[in-house]
Design a protein around this ligand. Structure first.
Ligand SMILES: [Cu+2]
Length: 198
């Protein structure tokens, strides 16, 4: 991913995706498939790395995502997943590994609950749908801050529609730029705080 240093991601989006950066695409599928919810420890597990991949959606695109919980190191737990800028319909959930052929037959497409955060079941899965109708750069993350800091997050970019009403508004004039001294710079210049860990 190539960002200019002039803009952070939201401003880059406003300036123009093709101008400001070339994003890499967040993959549509897991890098490897194994028995996600099994008790045995898979040797196919890939360790997380610091990534800068994002998912780009067209305006008004209908999105379905299945979140599959795992039992890695038997440390399975519920992950409260949250996307900024949109709410969702939970169309299905279950325990075990999601079956792409049979599980969708049980989806609730009549009155699925609309939420802004949902828990991926322990050793289970949950399927959500939403319409990408809010242009911008939106943070996807687990709401357990420790998981977030470990990298359980990504970014969805929803592109502008064809009209001003369906496009992101310009940033306010008072929006600080990336050239504003960082907290780290401030601390380094402040007597007595030079050794404070950032
Ligand atoms: Cu989590």
């Amino acid at each position: 991913m190539y960002f200019t240093l002039t803009y952070e991601l939201s401003s880059s989006f406003y300036v123009g995706i093709s101008v400001a950066f070339t994003p890499q695409t967040f993959p549509d599928f897991p890098p490897s498939f194994y028995n996600f919810t099994g008790d045995e420890f898979s040797e196919d597990i890939i360790l997380t790395v610091q990534g800068t991949k994002v998912k780009i959606l067209n305006y008004n695109e209908t999105v379905e995502i299945v979140f599959q919980g795992t039992n890695v190191l038997e440390g399975s737990m519920n992950h409260p997943m949250h996307l900024h800028g949109h709410s969702f319909n939970v169309v299905g959930s279950g325990f075990g590994n999601f079956d792409n052929e049979t599980d969708p037959e049980g989806f609730n497409l009549v009155d699925p609950p609309e939420v802004t955060t949902f828990g991926v079941p322990k050793k289970g899965w949950i399927a959500i749908r939403f319409v990408a109708k809010n242009p911008g750069v939106w943070f996807w993350h687990c709401h357990l801050e420790r998981h977030l800091s470990w990298g359980m997050n990504t970014v969805f970019i929803v592109k502008n529609g064809d009209t001003a009403e369906t496009s992101i508004r310009p940033p306010p004039a008072y929006m600080p730029s990336c050239e504003v001294p960082s907290l780290k710079d401030w601390r380094q210049n402040d007597d007595g705080l030079d050794d404070m860990a950032i």
